[in-house]
Structures are given as C-alpha cells and as structure tokens.
Design a protein around this ligand. Sequence first.
Ligand code: F6P
Length: 541
Amino acid sequence: MSDIWQQLAELRAKTSETPILSLFDDTKRFAQFSAEDGDLLLDFSKTSLDSTALNLLVQLAESVDLNGKVAAMFRGDPINTTEGRAVLHTALRARSDAPILVDGEDVLPGIRTIRNQMEQFAEAVRSGEIKTADGGRFTDVINIGIGGSDLGPAMATLALAPYHDGPRCHFVSNVDGAHIHDTLANLDPQRTLVIIASKTFTTIETMTNAETALVWLRAALGDKAADHLAAVSTAQDKTAALGIAPERVFGFENWVGGRYSLWGPVGLPILLAIGTGNFNEFLRGADAMDSHFQNAPLNENLPVLLGLVGIWHNNICEYGSRAVLPYDQHLSRLPAYLQQLDMESNGKQVAQDGSALPRASGPIVWGEPGTNGQHAFYQLIHQGTAVVPTEFLIAAEAHEPDLQHHHNLLKANCLAQSEALMRGRSKSEASEVAAARGFDGAERTRMAAHLSFPGNRPSVTIAYSKLTPFVLGQIIALYEHRVFTEGAIWGLNSFDQWGVELGKELAVALLPLVEGASTDDKDGSTSGLLSKLSQNSANQT
Ligand code: F6P
C-alpha cells in the first residue's frame, strides 16, 4: 500500500505542470471521468486526475479491502471499534427484508415498528387528529436538538421546502438564549408542538433549551403542557422523567450515530413537514445509493470516486480544505450539515489500532450556496495562494417554473465558475484586458499581474434532475459513503467523536466560575477573560 502512495506522489510530481484544460484535448475525457447513478451525475473531469492516477487510487481502495469493509458495515459488524458498536444507519432505509443481525437479532422489525409509530403520529398531527390542548390544530413544530439531532433534519426540511404541506418547522440548537428566545417570541404555545431530540438526552444545550420551552408551554397550558411534547431519544428512562408520554417517544438504537440519524426518528420534523409518502421517497433515494455503493465496480461507484478525488486532492495534491457550493438555495444548510458529517467522522489523528496516522486525514469542509459565495469568498478561490478544490451541486430543473430565467442564470453561473477556475486568465490575456482598460507601459504590466488568474483549479460537479425527496436521499447517502470511503483508506474510525469530550467537561467545570466562584487554577488567558466577562455582566445589572 505504501508503494501505491509513493507511486501517486511521483505521478503528481510528474503531471502537476499539465494544465487541467489541456486534458480535454482527449475528447473522451468527460465520458471517462464522470459517472452516473440514476438521475445523479458526478463530473470529476475538471481535476488533474489522469487514468493512471485513477487506476492507482482504485488500487488503493482495493488494498484496504474497501469492498470487505463496506460489506461489514451493511452486515452489522461492530466496526465502530472504540465504542464496540455496529454502524447501521443504512438499516433505517433498507427496503429489503433480508435480516440484519446485531448480537444475533434482526434489527429490521424494530426499525419498522418505530417507523410505523412515527408515521402514525406525524400523519395524526398533520391531519389534526392529534389536537392541541385546546382542541385545535398544531400549526408549528419546534425541534430542540443539536449536532446530529439538528443539522440533518434542519438541512433536509429546508431542502424539501417545495414539498411542505404540514406544520411549519423551526429548529433551536444553540444554548445561546437568543436562539430559543427569538424562536418562541414568534410562536403561539397553544399551537406549537415541541420535539426534544437528543440521542443521549444528556446534552446540556438541548436539556437547557428543553427546560426553557417547558416553562413557556406550562405558562400557557398548565398541566396540559405534556400534550405539546414529543421526544426522540435512545434514553427512554430520561424522557419519562420529563413527563413525556411513552407513545410520543421515538427511540433508536446506539448503532445509529448522531450525524447519521436523520433517516430514523431524528427525521420526525421532516416527516411532519412533508408527509409519509415523500419521506419514504427520501429513504428510497438513500437505499438506491446504498445498493449502488455495495454493487457498482469501484471505478464506476459514485461515493468511491468522490472519496478517491478527495484523497487525491487532500493527500497527494496537499490541498487542506474543500468547499461545498450548492447552486441550489434549498441546499443552503448542506455545507453546515456536511461539516459535521465529514469533520466529526474523519477529523481523527490515530488509526483504528491507536497508532498515529502517517498522513493527513479529513480536510476542512466549508461552503455557502452559489451565487452568494461568488460575491464573498470566491476571490480567494480564484486568485488566492491556497488552492481550494470545489464541489458544485446543481439541478437541471428548479421548483419555480414561473422563474425559469432565474434558474438559467443560476446554471450559467455555476458552469461559469468551474470553467473560470480551470481556465484562468493568462498574463498575456490579462495584458490585453489591461490595455483595453486604458493602461499602458509599466502600468499595463502591473495591472496585468492583478488581472490574471492562475486557473488550473480543480472542481467536481454533482448534477441532478431536480431536488426531489428521492434525489436528496441519494445525495446525502452519496456523501455518507464518501466519508466512509475516505475513512477506510486512512484506516481510522469514522464513527466515534472523542474529540468533542474535553471541551464539554471543561464547560461544566467553568460554569461555577462564570457564576462567580473564584479559582487560581486557570491559565492567565482564561482567568483574564473570566474577569472581563464578569465585569460586563456586572455593568449591565
Ligand atoms: O457533541 C457531539 C455530539 O455528540 C454529536 O455527535 C451529536 O450529534 C450531538 O453531540 C448531539 O448529541 P445528542 O443527540 O445525544 O444530544
């Protein structure tokens, strides 16, 4: 395997001067460096990969037995080795009845029972059969959760806005009181259902926001507040302690990681917003991608190819970040969602066996929807000193048929950006532009330097017919399996998140100090900031 890494590095050194644009002298390049699954197209032809590099990357995947690892995940093996757990978010959307065994027991019947319970609850809320305390209809839902209990449903609910025909959904995650305050300020407790979503039911942000929401409900509804509550959690003893009726608690097992949980009960807000038929389409899209990931040959397999492009850019070209740029306003929360999915999964420094990783693992993932980003940070992507591989997402068809001109402009901008990144503007072209703008002599030369773009900047484009529930399911599963592919090649555990622990512990220890207790146990910066922050609150009171 180290031999393959070596060969890839040598190849990169040999080919790095070849402009990506010149690779299109081969008229078959687009066909050879793109792949399709159903309605989804992955174009990775605007990268510096050539067929030798791609073959080596496929060999790399083979050398870690990627297919074997994929099979182990779908089978329910305990591949999350630091927590001793299976990883079975895929079972939440499995359509086949073939048993999936955890500790000798098939998990599918339990998943389907809970799904039925969720569907019945959601449809009864949507139809008005489940009533508010005063016998009315729920018009609004607040989902209180954070991380995986927020980002997935918030992202998908927004993505599927054209399919909404249920109550309006709001999401409160931050412990900053402003978040819940500003959300509650615009809502009527008599009409609002509150879902408390927390896998563990111990997360301080969620528990604090839940308490505040409960006080708000109780003030309006008295002892009928529980009629306006539901919970999503693996910790059913803790939900009972909050007085939430067992039939309104939707449980899931510890083999579903938080950031992979939107396919099950954590997806309740999505189900409430779009209804059972559309939610099932969403699951069907993900299941279709699961089949593709398990069965397509590695060199035609979309998640594998997306992962290999990621490895090429991160480890071989040494580009330390990647930008996700959806040219789809409904996907505006996708970058935030992918930050957790990708960075919480693959932001690791040791291999499964605890040894230090020999090379970079997860890159920094960031982004914003296009075209907004064009008027903000694209300057750096085009002319900055760091090369940022970009990932564009764009639909052939929008949901606003009366605004076709908008969508044409969106498509033109998306294609223009990936072309401009690749093509750039040479010094001589820039000199002509400078001359046309009236510069001559030394000024023309100086301006040409500012007006030229290096080009040769890689991008991939994910194009799809229309952002339907099915296609959204495909896209999210594509990214989940890309994370899996990259994690498998790096040899790390993509399914734990120990790095978030220490900050949580220190916050608990700091709370009494923030509230006025004194200590000489802190570093100078923390003590200085504590003193400044307590002065500010003293000034306000
Ligand atoms: O702090 C990280 C984390 O554990 C995430 O992995 C998880 O999605 C989030 O917190 C919320 O956890 P819970 O659903 O248990 O409240």
